[in-house]
Design a protein around this ligand. Structure first.
Ligand code: OOG
Ligand code: MG
Length: 263
C-alpha cells in the first residue's frame, strides 16, 4: 500500500470519529490491507490525534475473551492506543449525541510503574505493574453495525472511544485479600442490574497473559510500554449498547468499580 493510500485510510477513519459517523469497511474498498498495514493505518490515525494535542496515556488489548470474539466474529487478540481525550473521570457523563453507536464493556486495567519490554512471560510482565483497577471501556466502531474484519478493526484503533478507571489496588493488596488476578468476578451493571457476568480468567486465562501478549506484539516492532501507562486487558463479557439515561458500571471483585452516566 502506498503512503498516500495509507494516509487517506487513516484520514477517513479520523473524520468519521470526529463526526460520530461510519465509513465503509476498508477491507472492502482498499487493496492490500493486511494486518501489518492495518497497524500502520492505526498508527497514522494516532499521529493525527497527536497533531491535535492528544497524548498517549496507555494501550489496550481487544478480543481477548471468547465472549468478545463471538460478539464481533473476529477471533484474534488485537491492540490499540489510548489517548488523553479518551480518558474520562469515574462517574463522568457521556453525551450520547457525540457518538455513533457506543457500547460499553467491563475490563481489568493495569497501571504500569516501570517500562515493560517484551519478550516477557505473564509473571515477568506483572513485575512492571504498580496497580490494578476496574475499568469501563466505551467502544464505538467507525464501521456500520460494528461489522468488520480483523484488518478493519485494527486500522480503526480497535473501536477505541472512551474509558474510565476505578481506584487503584496493588497486587499485594489483592493477594492479602485472598484474591487471584485470574479469578476475579467481573460484572457489567446497567441501572443497578447485572447484565453480563464473567471472571477475569475469561481474558486469555489471566489478564496478566494479555499484558504480556501486548508487550510481546509491540516487541516485534521494537516498541515497548512505558511507566505511567494504563493498559486495558480486554473485556471479559460482551459489550452492551448505550442509550441515553443509562447508568453503566463495571465491577471487578476486589477492585471496586468504574462508571458512567449517558445523557
Ligand atoms: C473491538 C474492540 C475490542 C475488547 O475489549 O475486546 C475490545 C470491538 O469490539 O469493536 O475493546
Ligand atoms: Mg475493550
Amino acid at each position: 500500500m502506498t503512503s498516500e493510500l495509507l494516509a487517506s485510510c487513516a484520514q477517513r477513519l479520523d473524520e468519521a470519529t470526529l463526526r460520530g459517523e461510519t465509513v465503509p469497511q476498508l477491507t472492502l474498498t482498499t487493496d492490500g490491507l493486511d494486518l501489518a498495514t492495518a497497524y500502520r493505518v492505526q498508527r497514522a490515525g494516532v499521529a493525527l490525534r497527536r497533531a491535535r494535542g492528544e497524548t498517549i496515556v496507555g494501550m489496550k488489548m481487544g478480543l481477548t475473551s471468547r465472549a468478545k470474539m463471538a460478539q464481533v466474529g473476529v477471533h484474534e487478540p488485537i491492540y490499540a492506543h489510548l489517548t488523553s481525550m479518551m480518558a474520562l473521570s469515574d462517574g463522568a457523563v457521556l453525551l450520547r449525541d457525540e457518538f455513533g453507536h457506543p457500547r460499553a464493556e467491563p475490563e481489568v486495567a493495569f497501571l504500569l510503574g516501570k517500562d515493560l519490554r517484551g519478550p516477557v512471560t505473564a509473571q515477568e510482565a506483572l513485575k512492571a505493574v504498580k496497580g490494578v483497577r476496574a475499568a469501563l471501556e466505551v467502544i464505538d466502531s467507525r464501521y456500520r453495525d460494528f461489522r468488520f474484519e480483523l484488518a478493519d478493526v485494527v486500522a480503526d484503533n480497535a473501536s477505541s472511544c472512551r474509558f474510565v478507571v476505578g481506584p487503584t489496588r496493588t497486587l499485594e493488596e489483592l493477594a492479602a485479600d485472598g484474591l487471584a488476578l485470574d479469578a476475579l468476578g467481573v460484572k457489567l451493571v446497567i441501572d443497578g442490574k447485572v447484565v453480563h457476568e464473567a471472571t477475569s480468567a475469561a481474558i486469555l486465562g489471566d489478564p496478566a497473559e494479555s499484558l504480556a501478549a501486548l508487550a510481546n506484539m509491540l516487541a516485534t516492532l521494537g516498541e515497548h510500554l512505558s511507566a505511567g501507562m494504563v493498559v486495558l486487558a480486554g473485556a471479559a463479557t460482551p459489550a452492551v449498547h448505550l442509550e441515553t439515561g443509562m447508568n453503566v458500571r463495571a465491577e471487578v471483585e476486589g477492585l471496586g468499580s468504574a462508571s458512567l452516566t449517558v445523557r
